[in-house]
Design a protein around this ligand. Structure first.
Ligand SMILES: [Zn+2]
Length: 332
């Protein structure tokens, strides 16, 4: 199995964005240490919109220069250590503002690319990719949409093609999230570990010029979520997220997960790491090539860092940990 450990490198987007130190810098340091110990690469999907805004607001708020420098330093460290840095777009930054109290982030009608007019959306994609490529001094080729909201893909197909984006990793088969902010419908996406597509990310097209490398999915029982919430209450020091902000609502998703079986990611965040070896076993049985995991530095807990360390230790001999550069070489 080829395993991708991917992390969306970002703040929170709810009422409180959290701090760069607790949501990004400090948990990422811990992740880099684990990776270094096992000599394996990690993949980071960098929320570059945040960086663009830091630069914009630091003229009036000089304190933000420290955040901007910390961001730059950590991204450059990732690259220097051989980790993968790819493009993650959260377009709501376009409307975000910084005040003395912190980031004022509103997400309604600007959370996903589909909330923007065509020309505006294309400009955002181009601007964000250029900013990231410039920062890391290399060309990114893989994309993950903020909040997985990449649909309808035909709106961005041309722009992505012209920018040399070849791989997407936004889909997680089976998922359906509809709320004020989210429009995600991957219920009909192929239950495969990779497939080519052309103008619809959820439809396989063997002649397609883009490769989808879906985030691996798992069908979680409601008991799993009851355990997750209970353990968090009983053992907060072990299960408290390092990130210090708050999530935006995903509609009725939380209630659904507590009352029925639901699809969700194979995830490196918090208690989700409990399921990693089970999911890997299932993937081996299905003869999949890729196991693509998602996590967030802000979602790390003492528990998840320990479990990730053990997961790598257990599997590094029989499986390989790879980046999207390897995926590109494998298929293009
Ligand atoms: Zn994100």
């Amino acid at each position: 199995m080829q395993i991708l450990l991917t992390f969306d490198y970002e703040l929170f987007f709810g009422k409180s964005s959290g701090t760069i130190e607790n949501c990004m810098i400090s948990p990422t340091k811990k992740l880099l240490q684990i990776a270094q110990k096992h000599k394996i690469p990690l993949c980071f999907f960098v929320d570059i919109g945040y960086y663009i805004k830091l630069k914009e607001f630091e003229t009036n708020f000089p304190d933000l220069s420290k955040d901007r420098e910390a961001f730059e330093k950590q991204i450059q460290e990732m690259v220097a250590l051989g980790h993968d840095v790819q493009l993650h777009i959260h377009p709501h930054w376009e409307k975000a503002e910084y005040h003395k109290q912190g980031w004022q982030i509103q997400t309604s009608h600007c959370y996903k690319l589909d909330d923007f007019e065509q020309e505006e959306a294309e400009k955002i994609i181009i601007k964000y990719k250029e900013a990231l490529d410039l920062l890391i001094q290399r060309k990114t080729h893989t994309f993950r949409a903020g909040g997985w909201c990449i649909q309808p893909f035909n709106r961005w197909e041309k722009t992505f093609r012209s920018l040399g984006v070849k791989i997407d990793s936004s889909v997680f088969p089976g998922a359906y999230i509809q709320s004020d902010n989210y429009q995600v419908d991957f219920r009909n996406a192929p239950q495969k570990d990779y497939y080519f597509f052309e103008n619809a990310v959820e439809e396989e097209n063997i002649q397609g010029s883009f490769l989808e490398l879906p985030i691996s999915e798992w069908y979680y029982s409601p008991f799993f979520y009851w355990r997750l919430y209970l353990l968090g209450k009983l053992f907060p020091s072990k299960h408290k997220m390092m990130g210090d902000g708050s999530f935006i609502s995903q509609g009725s998703r939380k209630w659904n997960s507590l009352t029925r079986y639901t699809w969700n990611h194979a995830s490196i965040d918090g208690y989700f790491t409990e399921a990693l070896n089970r999911i890997l076993k299932h993937k081996i049985k299905k003869k999949h090539t890729y196991f693509n995991l998602i996590g967030h530095p802000k979602g790390m807990t003492k528990y998840s860092l320990k479990k990730l360390d053990l997961f790598i230790e257990k599997n590094k001999k029989n499986h390989s940990f790879i980046t999207f550069d390897h995926v590109l070489e494998n298929h293009f």
